[in-house]
Design a protein around this ligand. Structure first.
Ligand code: SF4
Length: 363
């Protein structure tokens, strides 16, 4: 991998740090722990943090029965006339054609893989979230901070054997989960890798860290595979989705249906005694300037359609990047007042499992 890698802090690209910054942070952590800090597999000694002795991830049952391999084959077949995401652009990825997401072929392009300490605390714990950051994206938000990865496709092309090895290495490092960031267009490869990794001892829960824009037909093939769904709910209105999400007019209704299906599959996210979440639905919502995301409506829909203790991370860290300056209504950070009113609305609606962030830096 190239030296100028960004070590992304989350899929929304909201708090990315340079590789140098990451290494500096890692070195500090390493110094505190009395160990050397080496990127990619050497950050922590093997099994420093006890993983999940009593936990069995969902996919093991399917793996034992052979159904995981069948599901992988079913997804693999979809790439011949690709319909893995709601764009359904029909690219023949078996023949190397490039789809709207700009991925071509069947193997994944991966930008980075590491123990990530910037995700939600119940995913990070002490050992970190084992993040695999996939390149390319089917949604292509105009404000994406990681646009060089999601839209230019910066990363390295690998195959599912290599991806399986990456998952096992993250487990050896003591991570609490395998956090697949922007996985939709590589779901077939992911399931093939998961079968190999499960056979070789992978026991960590799978986090499906998605923009939320997912087809129900594809989600049905992930039922019993994914342990934690971590979807965004970005926009409420169709016109805003067209404007900011590269023409994805159906984003609001498709995402609502997808979130309901995700909840049906995995239920409410609950922290275990050690504070770690290993199963359930965790929703992210990024508050945007000028109320452009429809945050109040999104909170209202969650309160009406999901249990009050649904985990909702209300994120404050938006800053304009990539093409955002071409759109006046999102060309600034949010204000404290804009953030506060969304949190207050969620509380007034009775949502009582909110991840509310510090926002001291907001004007
Ligand atoms: S995943 Fe990519 S290639 Fe497949 S339908 Fe979506 S945009 Fe097209």
């Amino acid at each position: 991998m190239k030296n100028e890698w960004i070590i992304p802090c989350n899929r929304n690209g909201l708090s990315g740090c340079t590789r140098r910054q990451f290494l500096s942070t890692a070195a500090s952590i390493g110094a505190l722990a009395g160990i050397g800090a080496i990127p990619f597999g050497g950050l922590f000694p093997k099994n420093t943090f006890a993983a999940t002795p009593m936990f069995e991830p969902a996919y093991l049952k399917l793996h034992r029965s052979g159904e995981l391999a069948d599901r992988a084959d079913a997804l693999w077949a979809v790439m011949e006339d690709c319909r893995l995401c709601p764009r359904q652009c029909g690219a023949n990825r078996h023949q190397g054609e490039t789809g709207f997401c700009r991925s071509s072929g069947t193997g994944p392009v991966i930008a980075s893989s590491h123990a990530h300490f910037g995700e939600e605390k119940p995913l990070v714990g002490r050992g970190g979230s084992g993040t695999v950051f996939f390149s390319h994206c089917s949604l292509r938000c105009v404000f994406c901070q990681n646009w060089d990865i999601s839209q230019l496709g910066r990363g390295k092309r690998l195959d599912h054997e290599a991806l399986a090895g990456m998952m096992l290495r993250l487990q050896e490092m003591g991570c609490h989960n395998i956090n697949l960031v922007t996985p939709t267009h590589y779901s077939a490869t992911i399931l093939k890798a998961l079968g190999i990794a499960a056979e070789q001892g992978l026991r960590l829960p799978i986090v499906y860290n998605t923009c939320g824009w997912e087809r129900l037909e594809i989600l049905s093939l992930l039922d019993g595979v994914v342990d934690i769904y971590l979807p965004d709910f970005k926009y409420w209105a169709n016109d805003k989705s067209v404007r900011f999400l590269s023409g994805a007019q159906d984003y609001p209704e498709t995402t609502r249906d997808a979130i309901l299906e995700m909840h049906r599959q995995v239920g409410v996210a609950r922290q275990a005694a050690d504070g770690i979440i290993r199963r359930g639905l965790m929703i992210r919502h990024l508050v945007m300037p000028n109320r452009s995301a429809g945050s109040q409506e999104i909170m209202g829909w969650i309160a009406e359609n999901l249990p009050n203790n649904t985990y909702v991370n209300i994120m404050a860290q938006y800053r304009p990047l990539h093409k955002a300056f071409d759109y006046p209504e999102i060309a600034r950070k949010i204000t404290r007042e804009e953030y506060r009113e969304v949190v207050q609305k969620a509380r007034d609606l009775g949502l009582d499992n909110l991840d509310v962030q510090g926002f001291w830096w907001l004007g």
